[in-house]
Design a protein around this ligand. Sequence first.
Ligand code: KIV
Ligand code: NA
Length: 265
Amino acid sequence: VKRITTHTLQEMKNRGEKIAMLTAYDYSMAAIVDAAGMDVILVGDSASNVMAGHETTLPITLDQMIYHASAVVRAARRALIVVDLPFGTYQGNSKEALASAIRIMKESGAHAVKLEGGIEIAESVSRILTAGIPVMGHLGLTPQSIYKFGTYTVRAKEDAEAQKLREDALKLQELGCFGIVLEKIPAALAKTVSESLVIPTIGIGAGQFCDGQVLVIHDMLGINKGFKPRFLRQYADLADVMNNAISNYVTDVKAKDFPNEKEQY
Ligand code: KIV
Ligand code: NA
């Protein structure tokens, strides 16, 4: 199989083919995601929530992201693998940003990094790009800034924030980002941004006009049962499937039904 690259994604936008992106954090899940035909696997810092149980993405460390990313890299044959730079490893100090990105590339073998923010992180984005490391942007609802926003509601509904987002998107493109995630913004805004950019946009809760879509795998598989925002389409009820299987196992053990004669040596 031929590996998807950042150039493949640009060609997909150029010919109007939508880009499919999904998160994964471990070997077994990434193997399934890759075999299903995913274009991009995101090793998101949402691992902080869905893998580690934290309330926000802020606590996850660079070492932990590298652990998740290296497991995903060992599984994926075709997908482009993008890894989130975690909170505190790139903002405000572009040399530290480059050092963090280099650690991810070297120690995990992933193909690109993703950073949250616009003009305020321009120096970090530029410096990472000088090392030949592809960078993906992330605008709109940026969960590492949750304590600034106060809530996880839709962003950029007002003109001033929408205008800043348009400027940030153009800036990220000008700096050399190969794509931008647009999270939880009005579809109309995501449409104008996607049309004004040459590089692809990947939306989550940003409507049908983005050049691609991304979801968190635990959400779309119904593992994360309590989380049902409007933008989420749930493709399976894995929590129910797993609960049935696991409670049947408990029952069989208690009933002395498992293991049976054929299931032993
Ligand atoms: O960490 C993550 O899963 C993400 C996606 C929601 C875009 O950044
Ligand atoms: Na993220």
